[in-house]
Write a protein that binds this ligand. Sequence first.
Ligand code: MG
Length: 376
Amino acid sequence: MKRLVILGSTGSIGRQTLDVVRHLPNEFQVLGLAAGRNLSLLREQISEFRPSMVCCAEPAEQDGLLPRGVRFASLEEMVQDPRADLVVVANTGRIGLLPVLKALEQGKAVALANKEVIVMAGELVTKVARQHGGTILPIDSEPSAIWQCLQGEDRSISRVILTASGGAFRDRPIEELDKVTPEEALKHPTWKMGNKITVDSASLMNKAFEVIEVHWLFDIPWEKIEVVIHHQSVVHSMVEFADGSVKAQLSPPDMRLPIQYALLYPRRLPNECIPRLNTSVGSALTFQPLDTRRYPCFSLALEVGKRGGTYPAVLSAADEVAVELFLNRKIKFTDIPKVVEWVVEQYVPPAETTLETILAGDAWGRQRALEAVGVW
Ligand code: MG
């Protein structure tokens, strides 16, 4: 029985994590749940999974939320609890960073769906994991595919090929992209996900973040990571080895498989909630080169990611604000890369990369991005 702490339990990945848990009742026990403001769903989750600790926004005002025997705890307290075997980090953005570091400092296993944590602080997070014997288990489908392909192999990797669906606007004429609406951006062709990541998928910012993730998580040199457009989202990524053999991981686009893989690693178990690939109907798998003119965020983010230090924290922060501004109709979709570039180019990085300077870079990036509205 693995005891789980789940951060972001009411979000898309959190709900799917609990679905995996619900179908494997003999494998997991939920020790802690943390959510933001979706209290009605949190209440249902508490009564179904009976955690012993709960964290939510403004707990002082949540009289009557908790049944007897359940108590409020902070994120830090939850992830450091000696009873916790695995911490699932399914929230988004910078709020994931401190809990991830705290859990890793305790030598815990962290199943990480929050990619901003690795984008912001990949170097620091992987260093802390190494120093304290903590483990990072990726939940993102592409890094999970690479992780699965690497099982049983030595390190003779010649390249890693990440697949990208191309997002909501992959078939739109480029000259129409400055007129697209938030509603259109949120219609992903193959995946159902949270709003921020769906917009990041339309701009391919998300794919650049995954390249950064793969670089840090698997220690793969930048020049060995490639991206290919694959509309069906069935091949989740591929690894080519020194002899030219390519391994790929395939499954229908459903996050519950990579979630379960991280939760049960290294075991595999049947789970009726996870859909199977249907090979009895005719279907094609296609691969196309990436058109970087369509996706200016991709090259920009990758270049900033490679600069390293505190730059990626500024990148991630500026993107988070830019996506929010787009969703609130304050800027156009095509302004997202402009805001991010405008912010990053003004940044003067500090000499050292520490938790403090990463958080300062994040705060600076956020502030600057808000000031970008109306600059052009
Ligand atoms: Mg992904």
